[in-house]
Design a protein around this ligand. Structure first.
Ligand SMILES: Cc1ncc(COP(=O)(O)O)c(C=O)c1O
Length: 376
């Protein structure tokens, strides 16, 4: 079976982790976490990085830094992982959902304005499967309505967006937009620390607050005396050591992802009945996972295609099931009468192919061959 993800770690990672072990830097206090924070924030074009245990924690920490009141709303795409919703619900805030764009599969920026209400306080930009959201229109709305912007760039390490604001055009990396940006370094991400995440920001006060809340809100001269309710979201130096080695290889990592995507696109673009990922002119995708949407005219849905591919030795993953279709929210009576037709179609017809950094050319050819056999 060709796995949907296989990480590619090498000598540099081994050397950095070994060094940390030798130096006894195993827990969170020590130089590796600081170095990783500095390097990753700099790579993203941010001033500050706060490393945490995972991407879900980074999102929750970002929302905690906003000091919302219970019942405040955060706009987010329905087509995303539950972590985004949890960051809201764990802080007593409510997700307000927006449908996906049928081309990029990210939140449709044209629909965000309609979701803004009197309790809206923030908006979450989630870059899906490596392709950036159309960020500028959302930033403009957020400025006009005084909303905080949190970027979820878990799947978009190194992706770029061409921003055209205030008369200036500039390509900027995902992770550099809004008040705070969040990353996951789970094993299937471009940079992995096994488990891990980071919040990056340009705002020194937000960074300080995030650091305080990350570490049980220890502060002041008297240890074990607390003014705030925090979390234990600390990353260890062993994890950070793994990350440091990969930040240095980011150009190579992004190039490999783009090479995999180019090979898939070349091998599949003439197959009728499937839609392949796009790259908008204002975007440079990192194709975190190479997705495809199978047309219903083929008589297949994603589940049936996944079964056929599995029989041919190819592992896949289904696309997200929209937040509005999650039983846990439906049981609360949330989103009951809301329709998000694009996300609903993607959830039923979309899946992604093996896309890990460890994928070899021969395996890509096998996957292409298998998809072609399933559909022609
Ligand atoms: C878009 C997005 N946000 C957040 C997360 C959560 O990251 P983690 O699994 O590290 O908690 C993920 C994980 O895959 C993700 O894809």
């Amino acid at each position: 079976m060709i796995p949907v993800n296989e990480p590619a770690l090498g000598h540099a990672e081994l050397a950095r982790v070994t060094e940390a072990v030798r130096a006894g830097h195993v827990s969170s206090g020590g130089p590796e976490v600081l170095e990783f924070e500095e390097h990753w924030a700099a790579y993203c074009g941010r001033r500050h990085g706060v490393a945490v245990t995972n991407g879900t924690a980074a999102l929750e920490l970002a929302v905690a830094c906003l000091d919302l009141d219970p019942g405040d709303e955060i706009i987010m795409p329905t087509f995303t992982i539950i972590s985004c919703a949890l960051a809201a619900t764990n802080r007593s805030a409510i997700p307000r959902l927006v449908d996906a764009d049928s081309r990029t599969w990210c939140m449709d920026a044209n629909l965000v304005g309609d979701a803004i209400g009197p309790r809206t306080r923030a908006v979450m930009l989630v870059h899906v499967y490596g392709h950036p959201v159309n960020i500028d229109p959302v930033l403009e709305l957020a400025e006009r309505h005084g909303l905080a912007v949190i970027e979820d760039a878990a799947q978009a390490h190194g992706a770029e967006y061409q921003s055209n604001r205030n008369g200036a055009t500039a390509w900027r990396r995902c992770g550099s937009f809004g008040a705070m940006s969040c990353f996951s370094f789970y094993a299937n991400k471009l940079v992995t620390t096994g488990e891990g995440g980071m919040l990056v920001t340009d705002d020194a006060a937000l960074a300080q607050r995030a650091r305080l809340l990350r570490n049980l809100a220890f502060e002041g001269d008297r240890r074990f005396r607390h003014e705030h309710l925090g979390f234990n979201f600390r990353m260890s130096n062993l994890q950070a050591a793994l990350g440091i080695a990969q930040v240095a290889r980011m150009d190579e990592i992004v190039a490999k992802k783009r090479t995999i995507a180019t090979a898939y696109t070349q091998g599949l673009r003439d197959v009728a009945g499937i839609t392949l990922p796009v790259e908008e002119p204002w975007a440079r995708s990192v194709y975190w996972m190479y997705g495809l949407v199978v047309g219903s005219e083929t008589g297949l849905d994603a589940e049936a295609l996944a079964k056929r591919l599995s029989d041919l030795g190819v592992e896949t993953r289904p696309f997200f099931l929209g937040l509005h279709e999650q039983p846990v929210f439906r049981r609360r009576g949330w989103f009951i009468n809301e329709k998000f037709p694009v996300a609903e179609r993607l959830a039923r017809q979309g899946l992604y192919l093996p896309s890990g950094l460890g994928l070899r050319t021969g395996q890509i050819e096998q996957v292409i061959d298998a998809v072609r056999r399933c559909l022609t």
